[in-house]
Design a protein around this ligand. Structure first.
Ligand code: KG4
Ligand code: ZN
Length: 368
């Protein structure tokens, strides 16, 4: 069964064709992320406009790359929740129109479910049930228990910021480009680019390249949040880093967070990035270890944009004591292939298609 998956919940316009939930026949990606690099975050209206321009060319690219005609496609799947309103609208309207036009069944898929199923997009060994999934993205930080396909129980969630959001906000304070995750890792490695000026009205921003010794992850100590049960909190960590930077620079806590990066040396940026990254990774691993006590699992599945993080990959594999699965790097962020895979396992579980004339989006919703 060949499913065309469309994912537009944030800033990437992505379309893929996947056979039987696992074999990626094509994966086309257009992104507006570069526009947002210097701003430190996504501007929703700009993202929606970029989706509008990129949507149909990306569908055609995916069809061509897979050498498919519409007769070859068995179903269409699309992210309908959660995400940015304008971004979700472009993807779902496209999917609805294609489903009606070509008379294909339409499946509306929850974004977090898709991230988890990115782990099925490969040959070889698969995660075994029961499993625990750690979903770490720009919008979510959750531990989800799965006893079988398409069955989800959220056993831990964040009370405030998501971990990816925290990477992005800390990066912004340190003068590193959006998306923060990979740039924090680069800064921690000692080889990175950092901003030296504010952004001008025409979107220009000066930067310099650092090539120094790797950052010291133990130079700055940040407290782990005291959150009960298996829940998370990341806004306190972001504030702890802000205070540590102000202290390091001898500035009062009233000094604006948006100005600090100009006074930091590359050495300080690198050490702050390494210390923050270590703390964030330790926090999620400690929660996963606690979760495994009451929810015995045969495997752990890491999912979402932050699952690309190399330190998280190494430390979970080393410390959890059971098989840990990660998506291939190209499927750890948002992509249409994971949507198609999730839809395939929905169909296998007996889920009925949705009505293309009435499918709605929901910017917020809980996976159930
Ligand atoms: O799943 P995703 O692509 O979009 C959402 O559903 O939110 O996740 C994006 C998030 C961003 O916050 C980005 O900074 C983070 O994933 N990210 C990383 C890395 N690559 C992307 N965080 C840590 N380390 C990375 N290598
Ligand atoms: Zn995502």
């Amino acid at each position: 069964m060949k499913i065309l998956g469309i994912e537009t919940s944030c800033d990437d316009t992505t379309v893929a064709i996947v056979e039987d939930g696992r074999k990626v026949l094509s994966s086309a990606v257009a992104t507006s992320a570069k526009i947002f690099a210097a701003y430190g975050g996504v501007i929703p209206e700009v993202a929606a406009r970029s989706h509008l321009e990129a949507m149909l060319p990306t569908v055609h690219e995916a069809m061509n790359e897979a050498n498919c005609t519409w007769d070859d496609i068995d179903a269409i799947a699309v992210t309908h929740t959660p995400g940015l309103l304008g971004s979700l609208l472009i993807g779902t309207l496209t999917a609805r129109t294609l489903a009606i036009l070509h008379n294909k069944p339409l499946y509306a898929v929850h974004h977090l479910k898709s991230h988890i199923y990115a782990n099925w997009l490969k040959d070889g060994e698969l995660p075994e049930f029961p499993l625990l999934s750690l979903v770490v993205s720009g919008g979510h930080t959750q531990i989800i228990s799965m006893n079988t396909h398409n069955h989800f129980e959220i056993i831990g969630t964040t009370h405030d910021d998501a971990i990816g959001e925290c990477f992005d906000k800390v990066a912004k304070i340190l003068g590193l480009a959006y998306p923060g995750g990979p740039n924090i890792t680069a800064a921690a490695s000692g080889k990175f680019s950092y901003y030296t000026s504010d952004i001008t009205i025409d979107g220009q921003r000066e930067s310099k390249i650092a090539d120094i010794e790797p950052g010291n992850p133990n130079r700055y100590k940040f407290p782990h949040p005291k959150v009960e049960n298996l829940d998370f909190s990341f806004s306190g960590l972001k504030t702890a880093i802000l205070r540590a930077i102000q202290k390091e620079l001898g500035l009062p806590i009233s000094s604006p967070s948006s100005e600090l990066y100009k006074q930091l040396t590359p050495r300080q940026i690198s050490d702050f990035a390494a210390s923050f990254q270590k703390t964030a990774v330790d926090i999620v691993i400690e929660k996963l270890q606690a979760a495994l006590i009451d929810h015995p699992a045969k495997s752990v599945v890491i999912a979402g944009g932050v699952s690309a993080n190399q330190l998280l990959r190494e430390e979970t594999a080393r410390r959890l004591g059971l098989p840990v699965f990660f998506p291939e790097a190209k499927y750890s962020g948002d992509n249409g292939a994971m949507v198609a895979s999730a839809a395939y396992y929905e169909i296998e579980s007996g889920v009925e298609p949705t009505d293309p004339y009435s499918l709605n989006i929901a910017p917020r919703s809980i996976l159930s």
